[in-house]
Design a binder for this molecule. Structure first.
Ligand code: NDP
Ligand code: 8X3
Length: 256
């Protein structure tokens, strides 16, 4: 197993859920972390806890992945000792609503497409050239079962994750002559802030998404990410699909 000790790992969407769990597991494994999200307070709290528990060095990058100028400026402005990013975890993402397409809110569509697709592109465009130049680096895109299946009301969210799947494959093709690896970790239901965000703070409705089954935790997904990036350099886990045992597909679950 390759080591991530002292590697620089940049995690987008580190302020909650899967990204926060990735921060925890990589900190425990001895990595240095660039923590990226919009919520400054949440990142400051996380940085404090990771220092306290794991003596982890962190660099907070407060940004909105949808803002291409901000992404380019903040990444170009990283201090010298944080510039050579070894591992990028493209995790920031969200869903909004569960409406039928013909009843959908156009603003919700824009937000999902801008974050999940364009945001991932802006971040990747800013970071991968350095990896190619240094002939070293791993990119992990967090996609979803929604990148392989479509479920009722999932229309645009599923389209964004299908796009992430296509972008992962495109990156793998475009980087085949480089040692830089691109991987995709594609979970089913993970109990995070995801559904609360989808339903705009309606905790009751969000809770029902996970009711009667044991969903994945952020930590389950983070372990899969760590597994992917610690394979030997000649091994690339192209795509790792991870589901709760209680979930067989996007629409088939075992609820008690
Ligand atoms: P959470 O809502 O718990 O976390 C989402 C993270 O993304 C937060 O840290 C949030 O930070 C960040 N984020 C959202 N928008 C932006 C933005 N514009 N700029 C920067 N950061 C942003 O959800 P999850 O942890 O569940 O989701 C993480 C990823 O996993 C997403 O890509 C999601 O699609 C995917 N996924 C989730 C599944 C699930 O069931 N939960 C299953 C499969 C995939 P902040 O608000 O501070 O900016
Ligand atoms: C999030 C999982 O099933 O809600 O990508 O789309 S799901």
């Amino acid at each position: 197993m390759a080591s991530v000790t002292n590697k620089i790992v940049m995690i987008t969407g580190a302020s909650a859920g899967i990204g926060q769990a990735c921060a925890e597991i990589f900190a425990r494994a001895g990595a240095k972390l660039i923590l990226c999200a919009r919520r400054e307070d949440a990142l400051a709290q996380l940085a404090y806890e990771l220092k306290d528990k794991h003596d982890c060095h962190t660099y907070p990058l407060i940004l909105d992945v949808r803002d291409k100028e901000m992404v380019a400026e903040k990444i170009a402005g990283l201090p010298d000792d944080w510039r050579d990013i070894d591992i990028l975890i493209n995790n920031a993402g969200l869903s909004r609503g569960l409406n039928k397409l013909h009843e959908g809110d156009i603003q919700d569509w824009e937000e999902m497409i801008d974050t999940n697709v364009k945001g991932l592109l802006y971040i990747s465009r800013a970071i991968i050239p350095g990896m190619v130049e240094r002939k070293s680096g791993d990119v992990v895109n967090i996609s979803s079962i929604a990148g392989h299946e479509v479920y009722p009301g999932g229309n645009v969210y599923c389209a964004t994750k299908h796009a992430v799947d296509a972008l992962t494959k495109g990156m793998q093709i475009d980087l085949v002559e480089s040692p830089v690896r691109v991987m995709s970790v594609d979970p089913g239901l993970v109990e995070t802030e995801f559904s609360v965000v989808r339903f705009r703070g309606d905790e009751k409705r969000a809770g029902k998404v996970y009711q009667g089954l044991t969903a994945l935790s952020g930590a389950d997904v983070a372990e899969a990410v760590l597994f992917c990036v610690t394979r030997p350099p000649h091994v690339n886990i192209n795509q790792l699909r991870i589901m709760p045992t209680d979930q067989a597909s996007a629409t088939v679950t075992n609820r008690k």
